[in-house]
Design a protein around this ligand. Structure first.
Ligand SMILES: [Zn+2]
Length: 79
């Protein structure tokens, strides 16, 4: 019988030769090589996407704030 270890990333057991100790904030957890490599590839991409979204949101809220100010200003002129 092959020895297996629980992969906290996939939440399944993998053969122990596919497993590597992976440091996390909670301590060392076991992850399979595949999940570690997949994360190493996708993480910078996800970060870039997140930054893009943050910039978009900031721009959007600035535009809304400007429009609100403009409306308030117009209303004051109309009165
Ligand atoms: Zn895994």
């Amino acid at each position: 019988m092959t020895q297996t270890r629980f992969c906290y990333c996939c939440r399944v057991h993998h053969p122990i030769d596919q497993m590597r100790p992976f440091p996390t904030r909670q301590g060392t957890r076991w992850r399979c090589i595949r999940s570690i490599e997949a994360a190493a590839c996708s993480l910078p991409e996800r970060d870039a996407f997140g930054q893009q979204q943050t910039a978009k949101n900031r721009e959007e809220s600035r535009r809304i704030a400007e429009r609100t100010q403009l409306l308030r200003h117009e209303r004051r002129l109309a009165v």
